[in-house]
Each structure stands twice: as structure tokens, then as C-alpha cells.
Design a protein around this ligand. Structure first.
Ligand code: ADP
Ligand code: DAR
Length: 342
């Protein structure tokens, strides 16, 4: 393996921190899943516009390649290698007054967490047989859920193209992995052993074998953030009673991309802000103050359709799940006030 050729277009945290000396230190190391430096950095090398540029294959990746991951995690999350991540899922401490009672601004609310199963490699290193076993283990566990979490599993193979397109368009299903995931090995053997589990009204969904082993999702129309969070907490606890997740005292829940470590939570609203959308400097001043991200109407790496924005918490590690939701809640409150004043 040779030291990568970084051009001035390479802007990722990986290209920033992978000095030649560090490369020489790490280039021959491998995890128990035979995952080496080439695979860790491939997405960031092939996609110069990556923000982070690295993916992990197992919890061991974060230890063996810590001299690369620790500074990336510090830059990304403001989280030092000495810190411990603390979870807190008690919704009773959440501010509860609805932000948009007349439903003028918030179209829908979605809160998701990424989870990975302890005894399997992460997506970039899992082989086809393991992915098949994992899919079966997860959907069999989900099939035991009761009440408003009861539902059915739909593998990508079992869905018609038109059904998949409709689910993707309605924000219930992931698109095929983008070039970043492709270069990380996360699209291997696509679409085999991927799919979505959901309840009858699609307010509780689980994506299987996309970027992480599970994406546990609670979502509904409108802005009742507390109700969405409470459903998600119930689902996480019910699933965690059946499946052991990859977790460490230091990094919290382990994810394939370091941006999702810790809570692995993204709490978002689809919100209509026609006036604020005309002044993106003011818009981004508010999102920066409240640690928010803006994504496109079809999620990451998509464009905004009309004046509808996907606004979510940016912080995931070193703060609790309640604080992630609080970040989004306070930020959305400020955005609505600014829209009213515009
Ligand atoms: P993730 O949230 O899992 O990181 P994406 O950003 O790609 O992944 O979003 C996944 C899907 O969820 C996309 O179709 C996106 O439009 C949809 N989505 C995200 N937030 C909301 C929301 N608040 N309401 C409805 N759909 C949403
Ligand atoms: N390829 C990654 C994307 C980072 C965050 N998004 C994820 N994990 N879906 C990058 O380095 O830009």
C-alpha cells in the first residue's frame, strides 16, 4: 500500500490527519476481521469531497487505528479520547410544549438511531453469509414485537421497483448507497439481505443492513417531537431486550461512520421556511448557534425541494439522547421565531 496522493480537493478530516509518518505507523495493521488502513480510508481517498473520509469494520478498528480516529473524532464531535459517553433516554425531562400547533411550519418529525449487533462485523467488512444470518436474526427478533411496534419485514428483493420507489419517495426507505458508501464497501452484494420492517401506519420502522446493521426510526406527520421520541425510546428498549448492540464506555453506540458514534441519533423535522430560505446567511447563523444540520428534502446529499428543509441535531457524541432532541427542539423554535419575524 502506498501513501495516498491527496490533491487540494481532498478536504476530509482523514486527509488532514493522515500524515506520512502516521501512514507508515498504521499501514500494516489489521483488525480481527482482516480490515486494514486501505479499507478504512478508501472512501475518503476516492471521494475528495468527503467530510470525514473514514469507516470502521468493527469496534477494534477504533482501537487499532486510534491515532487516526481519535483526532478525527475530536474535530468532528469536540470529544477527547479521555471522555466517556453517557446515554440518557428519559423523555420526562424534555420540553413538551408543541412548537407549531397550527401546523404552519413543521410537516413531519423523525428521530432515528443507528445500532450494530455485537457479534457481527460492521457493514464495510461483513461477508455475504454473515449479512444473510444478520438479516434473519434481526427480522425474527422484530417479528416478536407487540402493540404499536408490531409489523412486517419487507426485504428489498421482495418489493417491486414501483413499491421501493414509492417507499423512498415517502421517506420510509433508504436509497441505494451513495458513492461514499460504495467506496466504503457498504453496497457489497446489494440489494441482497437489506430491507425495511415497519408497523401498519409506518410510524415505527427499522432499516436492516443499510449503512449500519439497524436504523431504528420513529416518525409521524406534524411537530409532536415528544411523542416521536417516546415511541423511539420504547422501540429501542424493546429491541435491546432481544439483541445485544455494539457499545463502549468511551464511544457509546458503535457505528460504521464515526459521525454517528455515541447516541447515533439524528432528530429531524421537515420544516417549511419560505422567508428564511431567502436569507441563507441568517438561516445558517441560527443553525450554527443551535448545533443544527440542514439536509435536502430526500435526506443526506440531496437538494431542497421548494422551501422545505430537513433540519436536525449535529451533535451525537458526548451529549445524551435527550440533549440531541433538545438541540433540535430549541433550534427549530428559534427558526420558527425568525420566520415569523422575517
Ligand atoms: P439518516 O437520517 O438515516 O441519516 P437521510 O438523511 O438520508 O438518512 O434520511 C433518510 C430518509 O429520511 C430520507 O428520505 C429523508 O428525507 C427522510 N427524513 C429525514 N428526516 C425526516 C423528517 N423529519 N420527516 C420525514 N422524512 C424525513
Ligand atoms: N462519507 C462521509 C459521510 C459522513 C456522514 N454521513 C454518513 N455517515 N451517512 C463523509 O466523510 O463525508
Amino acid at each position: 500500500m502506498n501513501y495516498p496522493i491527496f490533491s487540494k480537493e481532498h478536504t476530509s478530516l482523514m486527509s488532514k490527519h493522515l500524515s506520512y509518518e502516521l501512514f507508515e505507523e498504521l499501514k500494516d495493521l489489521k483488525t480481527a476481521n482482516n480490515f486494514g488502513l486501505q479499507q478504512v480510508i478508501n472512501s475518503g481517498v476516492e471521494n475528495p469531497d468527503s467530510g470525514v473520509g473514514v469507516y470502521a469494520a468493527d469496534e477494534e478498528t477504533y482501537h487499532i487505528f486510534k491515532d487516526l480516529f481519535d483526532p478525527i473524532i475530536e474535530d468532528c464531535h469536540g470529544f477527547s479520547k479521555q471522555q466517556k459517553h453517557i446515554s440518557h433516554l428519559d423523555s420526562s425531562v424534555l420540553a413538551s410544549d408543541e412548537l407549531d400547533i397550527e401546523n404552519q411550519y413543521i410537516l413531519s418529525t423523525r428521530i432515528r438511531v443507528a445500532r450494530n449487533v455485537k457479534s457481527f462485523p460492521l457493514g464495510p467488512a461483513i461477508n455475504n453469509h454473515q449479512r444473510e444470518q444478520l438479516e434473519k436474526l434481526i427480522y425474527q427478533s422484530l417479528s416478536e414485537l407487540t402493540g404499536n411496534l408490531a409489523g412486517h419485514y419487507y426485504s428489498l428483493d421482495s418489493l417491486k421497483d414501483s413499491e421501493k420507489a414509492q417507499l423512498i419517495n415517502d421517506h420510509f426507505l433508504f436509497k441505494q448507497g451513495d458513492r461514499f458508501l460504495q467506496a466504503a464497501g457498504l453496497n457489497n452484494n446489494w440489494p441482497k439481505n437489506r430491507g425495511v420492517f415497519h408497523n401498519s401506519d409506518k410510524t415505527f420502522l427499522v432499516w436492516i443492513n443499510e449503512e449500519d446493521h439497524l436504523r431504528i426510526i420513529s416518525m409521524q406527520q406534524g411537530g409532536d417531537i415528544k411523542a416521536v421520541f417516546e415511541r423511539l425510546v420504547t422501540a429501542i428498549e424493546a429491541i435491546e431486550n432481544k439483541i445485544a448492540f455494539m457499545h463502549s464506555e468511551h464511544l457509546g453506540y458503535i457505528s460504521s461512520c464515526p459521525t454517528n458514534l455515541g447516541t447515533a441519533m439524528r432528530a429531524s423535522v421537515h420544516i417549511k421556511l419560505p422567508k428564511l430560505g431567502l436569507d441563507m446567511v441568517a438561516f445558517r447563523k441560527i443553525t450554527a448557534k443551535y448545533h443544527l444540520d440542514i439536509r435536502g428534502t430526500q435526506g443526506e446529499h440531496s437538494d431542497n425541494l421548494g422551501a422545505i428543509y430537513d433540519v436536525s441535531n449535529k451533535r451525537r457524541l458526548g451529549i445524551s439522547e435527550v440533549e440531541c432532541v433538545q438541540d433540535m427542539y430549541e433550534g427549530v423554535k428559534a427558526l420558527i421565531a425568525a420566520e415569523k419575524a422575517a
